[in-house]
Write a protein that binds this ligand. Structure first.
Ligand code: MG
Ligand code: MG
Length: 269
């Protein structure tokens, strides 16, 4: 399938979906506490997406049974909410998506619950910063593989982390997952040019050990093969017709984080 190029009006609807996702994740980030079940987080997300006039794009996706993915510690992505109780010191990764008027948003955060092992906190910080570096590298006129190059370079500069290879980012629009696939590693200067109207979800997934993963018997939960802890951050962003980026799933459109990296966001949304 060809890469879908969006008009400004379509990106305005994508912003509504993205903002609802960002607000839902912010609500979860401030709600998550030791003693809660992962099901309780799912219920918060479901209610907030409904209240915001959206629908979940995860629920029913290839049979996925819940509104969000919740993945704890050595679970990296695609964990199914259930009766598991969250403990102090856990890394809780939440992946959330919503659809408004047929347009999709997709984002994820990792949250540390209570006092954290400093190395776990650093893992999350490195993963989040690598996502921002990837978005900054994916500016108008650059090439797709510049994103993965930036993510990998930054991550490797911070210590020994495993960057997952089998999972990556993706185009997003009238489906949650579109062309192109976005690697979180690799050489710079390859692949399609980043152009206005392109919308991508950038989502590094890293562990404190090996990049190798396995899928649990539930056929969804992706865990690190060596049982080391992982983190996952994701935002959906687009290049606007003025050639500037806008982070569709960030509450401030990515203004603060991208300004820090020398990138000005668009004021068209
Ligand atoms: Mg996601
Ligand atoms: Mg995604």
């Amino acid at each position: 399938m060809a890469i879908q190029i969006k008009t400004l009006d379509q990106l305005k609807v994508m912003r509504r979906a993205g903002l609802l996702v960002g607000q839902t994740l912010e609500l979860i980030r401030t709600s998550v506490k030791a003693g809660m079940t992962t099901d309780a987080l799912d219920a918060i997300a479901e209610a907030n997406i409904k209240r915001g006039g959206g629908t979940s794009n995860f629920k029913g996706y290839h049979g996925f049974p819940a509104t969000i993915c919740v993945s704890i510690n050595d679970e990296i992505v695609h964990g199914i909410p259930g009766s598991r109780v969250i403990n102090e010191g856990d890394i809780v990764s939440i992946d959330c998506g919503a659809i408004i008027e047929g347009w999709h948003g997709d984002a994820a955060i990792s949250v540390g619950v209570g006092p954290m092992d400093p190395e776990d906190q650093k893992l999350m910080d490195v993963c989040e910063e690598s996502m921002w570096r990837g978005i900054a590298a994916g500016k108008n006129g650059s090439r797709l593989s510049d994103i993965g190059y930036a993510i990998e370079q930054y991550t490797n500069s911070q210590g020994k982390y495993g960057i997952l290879q089998e999972y990556g980012g993706h185009g997003i629009g009238t489906e949650m997952h579109q062309e192109p696939h976005v690697l979180n590693f690799g050489k710079a200067g390859n692949g399609p040019e980043i152009v206005p109207g392109l919308a991508l979800a950038i989502e590094p997934m890293i562990t404190r050990g090996s990049p190798k993963t396995k899928v649990l018997g539930d056929d969804w939960t992706v865990v690190s093969a060596d049982k080391t802890r992982g983190a996952h951050f994701e935002n959906s962003y687009a290049i606007l017709p003025d050639g500037k980026p806008y982070v569709l799933t960030a509450l401030d459109g990515g203004q603060a984080q991208l300004a820090r990296l020398g990138i000005e966001i668009s004021d068209l949304l």
